[in-house]
Every structure is written in structure tokens, then in C-alpha cells.
Ligand binder design. Sequence first.
Ligand SMILES: Cc1ncc(COP(=O)(O)O)c(C=O)c1O
Length: 400
Amino acid sequence: MVFKQQFSDLSERLRVDDGNVWAVSDRAAEMAAAGADVIKLCVGDPDFDTPAPIHEAVASSLEAGRTHYSPAQGELELRSAIADLETRTSRHPCSPEDVVVFPGATNALYTVLSCLLNVGDELLVPEPMYVGYVGFLAAIGAKVRHVPLNAERNFALEPEKIKAAVTDNTKVVLVNTPGNPAGNMMTREEMADLAAFCWRRNIWLICDEVYSMITYNRRHVSLRSAAEKLDNVIMVDGLSKSHAMSGWRIGWAVAPQSLVPRLVNFAGATVFGCTQFVQDAATWALRHDEYYMSLMREEYQRRRDFLVERFNGIKGLSCQSPDAGMFVMVKVTPLFSGGREFAEGLLDAQHVSLVPGEGFGPSAKDFVRVTLAQPVSVLADAMLRIEKFVKAQPASEKLK
Ligand SMILES: Cc1ncc(COP(=O)(O)O)c(C=O)c1O
């Protein structure tokens, strides 16, 4: 007799095809492990160290014995710091009771969606879309409808497009602004319009705002700030990007009072409270962050400007300057058949790895995504290699 191993439908759904999105970067990692001099421009993890005072805050917290279980909703001090931030930046005051803390925005989004959707319920999400959504959307078993965005407008989240794609079955609209991969930002008017539309149609609107604090041209407007009514809107944010704290795993959701106890029940059943000393450090970070964040933001901006200028100086490639975020999208057609051909060829010829745009959705197939999470010296080296690679293409002669 053999033990017949049977698995849940959920674990089966999680065996999703990620469309080979990381194939180029996986191959780059293998090449680097074999000794090749590879430049990785594929990562979305800040290259900065977490600012030193945040390390000190964790050390003091450990010293104070803060190594025990913590409330499922999150430490009151951290929820107060988040609520204060939200109150400062939103026209709707926020209370710590509106906030739930999670180990990262990914977990916050999974929990929120788990509390809103049944298997087969319809969710609308624009594409190109952050690939990290694929897994939890599959776990939930949502019927995902993608709304293609316009490449010519740097994949701006146009409410009209989203509204036109809504059906009578749509239960949730999930948007991400400032966006990954394209760094576009919705305006206050666009967000207010979308929120009001969703409210009228009885649709939940969730906004992933993890790049809210890395903006260059104008300030981010949060969903809670733009929306007239709050009972259908949920915003999710976190410290991974803005504070270079990706490994600390701190995110949060700000949600209507009807939803908060459900989120807390889910978080209690699955996480059972985030790490106390990490929450203490996160509280310190949110209360004292402006100086460190502005340094990182200025550096990202310098890198963005450098890359945009250099890419636009290469005949056959073009690039719009993103308003926010940690990436630039570079159009490689018609010189190349698409982002995949460019990324594969560049890795082979010049050992630079980037992510083909199609990994984020079919609308981005003509593009590659390039990270800002490398110092200018590394970006400069990468650009020399990219220039060589493009010049070596037989078709590039005709562009002169
Ligand atoms: C749009 C977006 N949302 C969420 C995340 C993940 O955030 P966290 O580290 O807080 O889980 C990322 C990370 O790349 C992202 O780009």
C-alpha cells in the first residue's frame, strides 16, 4: 500500500505559470555564479542599507525585551504613527483603529482580498501589473480581468479605461499608483472619479501605494485622500521601498471599520502578530524618516534622469521619464521584435540583465523594465554595454 498524497485546490492554483518573467534574471544569476561579470538591472529591492538609526531603534527594542507576541492588529504605537501619516496626507482623518499591520504589503493585499472575494469572483486589475500579484490572485481563485493600459501614455491608469471594463459581476478593482513597472501616478481627480464610480457600482476599490513616498515630480495623492466616501476603499502601503526595509516585512492596510475586524481575524489566524521589535523600529522610522527618505529619493531621481537621458540618446530605443517609483520602462521596438529578444540578447552579448516587459502584461511586450536600485557608477557601466549591444545590431545601421 502507498500513501496517496492529496493536496488542496488552493495549493494547486498556486502552481501558476509566471510567464517566464524571471527567466532572464535566473539565467543571469547562474552566469554570475559561474564567474561572469553580470550587471543586474532586474531587481526591485532598494540597494540602500536601511538607515542606521532604524538599526539602533531595533537594538533598543531588543534591549527592552520586546521579543514577545504582539496584537494581531499591530502595535498601537505603530498604528498611531501610520494613522498620523495618513491624517497628514489625507483630507479624511485616520485613527489607529482603521489600520491593520501585516508582514509586508503582499500579505496585506492577500488578506484584504481573502476577506472580500470568493473563488470565481471577478476582480479587475490594469496591466502591465506588478508580477507579485499573480500568486495571491491565484491562491484566492479570483476571476481576473485585465485592463490594458496605453503604452504611449506611459501606461497611465486612465479611469475611463477601467470604468469601461467593469461588468455587473465586478466585485473588486485593484490599482497600483505610483505604479510598478511604469512609475505612473493617478491624479487626485482621476482617483476621485474612479472611487466615486466604484462606490456607485457597489465595487470595492483597493489601491496599492507602496511607492507613495518615492515620487519625483509631484506628491502622491492617496486613495483615502481623493475619495469622497470611504466605505468602499482600502489603501495598502508599506516600508519595503520608501525606507529600504524590504527584508523587515512591514506593510499595512487602512480599511473601513466593517472590514477591519475581518482583517484582524484573518491576520490572527495566519500571522498571529508581527514581530514586536520590527514594529518598534518601523514606528521610529515613520516618525523620523523625512531626512533619510529625501536622501534616497534624490538619489533615485538622479539615477532616473541619468538613465532616461542615456536611453533616449540611443537610436532605436526610447524611454519616458517616470513620475515615481524605482523603474524605467524602455521601448525597444521596432529595432527588436520585443522586450524578450532584447533582454535575452543583451544578457548573452553584454551580461546585463533586465526584465522583459511582457512579464508584467501583454501591453508591455515592446518594453524592458530597468531598475533604479543600482548606483550611477553601475548604471553607467551598464549603459556602455547596452550602447555597444544596440550598435552591434545589423538593423541599427539603418537608423543613422
Ligand atoms: C506594486 C508593489 N506592491 C507590493 C510590493 C511588495 O511589497 P512588500 O515588500 O511590502 O510585500 C511590491 C514589490 O516590488 C510592488 O512593486
